[in-house]
Design a protein around this ligand. Structure first.
Ligand code: AMP
Length: 207
């Protein structure tokens, strides 16, 4: 089974991804994590991506599509959970192409729907592990409970950039909802609930 998780920044994609990986053994592919790793390592791709990410804008389609193709082709047997990709209709079409090239298809597009003000409040609290990406909050404290790494606040989680990322989501990413409704893979879930309640709804939808 291969699924994508759709939702605005702060909708809970990272949290639900961790639960889905634990429960089903998906291979988790987060383009945000891959891009942050490239920035940290100072690769050519990271240099291209950094200014877009700092502004809360989307990294150009061809850069992100190339990155995802490389990952999927490297392990064509895995069951994939894509998190933060696709984010534009062009990326969705490209994903269908890459999956078909490796004899796979997308089974579900799970859209987590959350109110904008809930997102802004969540992002002020959000902290992630610099080493393993563990999704936490200020309450997690400074040490990652999963790997002992440093919990930090992402540069793009400040309120101004979050509001810009929400605008970008409305303009570029929400058209994907229609794309996936059209091909019958869309599952819409109320992401304003607690993480456990959201997870129960996700599990029920993909049984
Ligand atoms: P995320 O961790 O998913 O919130 O992504 C952080 C940032 O990485 C986004 O604000 C974009 O600048 C960039 N990014 C992540 N995934 C994509 C994508 N599929 N297409 C374009 N830019 C992306």
């Amino acid at each position: 089974m291969n699924i994508v998780l759709l939702g605005a920044p702060g909708a809970g994609k990272g949290t639900q991804s961790a639960k889905l990986v634990d429960a089903y053994g998906f291979k988790h592919l987060s383009t945000g994590d891959l891009l942050r790793a490239a920035v940290k390592e100072g690769t050519e791709l990271g240099k291209q991506a950094k200014s877009f990410m700092d502004a809360g804008e989307l990294v150009p389609d061809e850069v992100v599509i190339g990155l995802v193709r490389e990952q999927l082709e490297a392990d064509p047997e895995a069951s994939y959970l894509l998190d933060g990709f696709p984010r534009t209709p062009a990326q969705a079409v490209a994903l269908d192409g890459v999956l078909s090239d490796i004899s796979k298809k997308l089974d579900y597009a799970i859209a987590l729907e959350v109110d904008n003000e809930v997102v802004v409040a969540r992002m002020a609290q959000r902290r992630v592990c610099r080493s393993c990406g563990f999704p936490g909050t200020v309450e997690t404290g400074p040490v990652c409970p999963q790997c002992g790494g440093e919990m930090y606040q992402r540069d793009d989680d400040n309120e101004e950039t979050v509001r810009n990322r929400l605008d970008v989501y409305d303009k570029s990413t929400s058209p994907l909802i229609d794309y996936y409704r059209g091909n019958g893979t869309l599952v819409e879930i109320d992401g304003n609930q607690t993480p456990d309640e959201v997870f129960e709804a996700v599990k029920a939808a993909i049984q």
